[in-house]
Write a protein that binds this ligand. Structure first.
Ligand code: ASP
Length: 583
């Protein structure tokens, strides 16, 4: 007897009369007097088994012992259900297996949670992930993820990309996060860093004549975990030689559109709109705007210059959004708290009541001209931000998202993909005041801006981001392929030549031995699939994720290591503050 002839979700009326063997997990067992009904489940669905005591006394005795999640094999004849027992909601709902042999292949201890139970603590689910994976949602998500990866591989193959494996254990790759370190027994006291991305290796592949590289690459970044962030994640990583920005965007748009088609969804229209960084910040207050709704930021700096309202009068920037909602005083107090979280000192507003009245603590200070500029439909509220442009953008960008979410302004069926392009090449590090990169230090300035050392803040880069409904899916850039320009970037970042050579000498050297112009992209896979699946967090897409403390509840990792293991690696564990206080 084979383990199974069909999967549990496959029996159909056409097979009625056939003898079949099915195998799977007991989803439910119902005892109806003499008859026992079992829903047998696998990843394809459930099939109803019927065990009749007169027909099959041995099978019936075995069926009595069954509990949820036992693994069984059942053999019998597939029969049509009685008309009143047909379940039209189930693909197998017209049939059932009349069992005459039933074998328990594996038993289960009592379960820590039922598979269909709602609101189960997530850590408990992850602790018993092998059970959790049996749920339909996880099965769907992991299979969706597979379909997307297959589609990506097809697209890349069709376009002449080859999959090149690059090392995980390497030197630090500067992607803006901390490195995970790997000690080396053969060289005690020395460490590899786990690659934050294959960035430099893919560039070296271009210098090595690979021409079109891609990889479904695992990346490691030591950052706080969030709904859309794990310590390790995968990205579609690609690099192309002899290309311009548009060639890279074209490939990525094809990747997205093909993946939509692969999972049976209407693909977004191409080309995806392109928005300049400055415009994104001015109109939406962020470099990853959600374009499913308007609520654009408007500028009032000219109108309010010298205003009697002091907060506006001397402000470097005064901007506002018009929210289609007449807010109450209590609601505005709450919004003020939100604005403060984004760094505002307060929140100025004008409510245009449905009754035609204007309510605003600041209106009495505003001139006719100002009031005319802030006219808005009855039943709406004007919310202001005033101060430094970056702060105003952050506050209004944050408020824009917040109120849109609260008021449900985004069309839930809209899928808006777009590009943000023309980023600045450098920005000031908030802590040190030093110039630093926005993307990574290998991003090329736009042509003509190579001479950026005199005024780094003015240079634009060939960096581009792909955004889906306000989520950043990935970033890329055209790279620097001249070692003098690369050295100038390191210098601008405050690195001495010695330091740059110490860290990136191999790159500078490679750039001096025939580097073709090149560029690429990386798209976070889990984030893409989570959005595809409509999941709010990527843990639902990852088979064995970690929780926010960074721990893996299933294996109990990370764990301390015995002193002799550490000694061999040239490491000494220092007690944490909590441990030393306990001494
Ligand atoms: N290495 C970059 C990242 O991981 C992507 C790229 O520039 O290609 O975000």
């Amino acid at each position: 007897m084979s383990w199974r002839d069909l999967r549990c979700g496959e029996p159909r009326p056409e097979q009625v009369g056939q003898r079949l063997t099915l195998a799977g997990w007991v989803d439910t067992r119902r005892d109806h007097g003499g008859l026992v009904f079992v829903d047998l489940r696998d990843h394809t669905g459930v099939c109803q088994l019927v065990i009749n005591p007169e027909h099959a006394p041995e099978a019936h005795a075995a069926a009595h012992e069954l509990r949820n999640e036992f693994v069984v094999r059942a053999e019998g004849e597939l029969v049509a259900r009685a008309p009143e027992a047909v379940n039209p909601g189930l693909p197998t709902g017209g049939v059932e297996l009349q069992v005459d042999r039933l074998e328990v292949l594996s038993r289960s201890t009592p379960l820590p949670f039922q598979l269909d139970e709602e609101h189960v603590d997530e850590t408990l689910r992850l602790r018993y992930r092998w059970l959790d994976l049996r749920r339909g949602q996880m099965q769907r998500n992991l299979r969706l993820s597979h379909t997307v990866v297959q589609s990506i591989r097809r697209t890349m193959d069709e376009r002449g990309f080859i999959d090149v494996w690059t090392p995980s254990m390497t030197r630090g790759t500067p992607e803006g996060a901390r490195d995970f370190l790997v000690p080396v027994r053969l060289q005690p006291g020395k460490f590899f860093a786990l690659a934050q991305s294959p960035q430099l290796f893919k560039q070296l592949c271009m210098i090595g004549g690979i021409d079109r590289y891609y990889q479904i690459a695992t990346c490691w970044r030591d950052e706080d975990l969030r709904a859309d962030r794990q310590f390790e994640f995968r990205q579609l990583d690609l690099e192309m030689a002899f290309v311009e920005r548009e060639d890279v965007l074209d490939v990525m748009e094809a990747v997205v559109v093909d993946a939509f088609a692969a999972v049976g969804r209407e693909p977004p229209a191409r080309p995806f709109p392109r928005i300049g960084y400055d415009e994104a910040i001015a109109r939406y207050g962020t470099d990853k705007p959600d374009l499913r709704f308007g609520l654009e930021i408007q500028d009032a700096t000219e109108v309010t210059r010298g205003s009697e309202f002091g907060v506006f009068g001397g402000a470097e920037a005064v901007r506002f959004i018009v929210v289609p909602q007449e807010y109450s005083r209590a609601e505005l107090a709450r919004l003020e708290e939100v604005a403060k979280e984004w760094g505002a000192k307060g929140l100025a507003y004008i409510v245009h009541g449905a009754d035609g009245e204007t309510r605003s603590p600041i209106a009495k200070f505003l001139s006719e001209r100002e009031l005319a500029a802030f006219a808005a439909p009855a039943g709406s509220t004007v919310l202001f931000g005033a101060g430094e442009p970056e702060l105003v953008a952050r506050v209004l960008g944050g408020l824009r998202l917040h109120v849109a979410r609260e008021l449900g302004l985004a069309d839930p069926d809209a899928e808006v993909f777009h590009w943000v392009i023309d980023f600045p090449l450098f920005q000031r590090d908030e802590d040190t005041g030093q110039w630093t990169f926005l993307h990574h230090p290998f991003t090329a300035p736009i042509s003509g801006d190579e001479d950026f050392e005199g005024d780094p803040g003015a240079a634009k880069s060939q960096h581009y981001d792909l955004i889906w409904n306000g989520w950043e899916l990935g970033s890329g850039s055209i790279r620097i392929h001249r070692s003098d320009v690369q050295a100038a970037v390191f210098r601008t970042m405050g690195m001495s030549d010695d330091e740059a050579n110490g860290k990136f000498g191999f790159l500078l050297e490679a750039l001096e031995m025939g580097a073709p112009p090149h560029g690429g992209f990386a798209m976070g896979l889990e984030r893409f699939v989570a959005l595809m699946a409509g999941e709010p967090d990527i843990r639902q897409i990852v088979a064995f994720p970690k929780v926010s403390s960074g721990a893996d509840p299933l294996t109990g990792a990370p764990t301390p290591m015995p002193a002799e293991v550490l000694r061999e690696l040239g490491i000494e564990a220092v007690p944490t503050e909590a441990e030393s206080e306990g001494d």
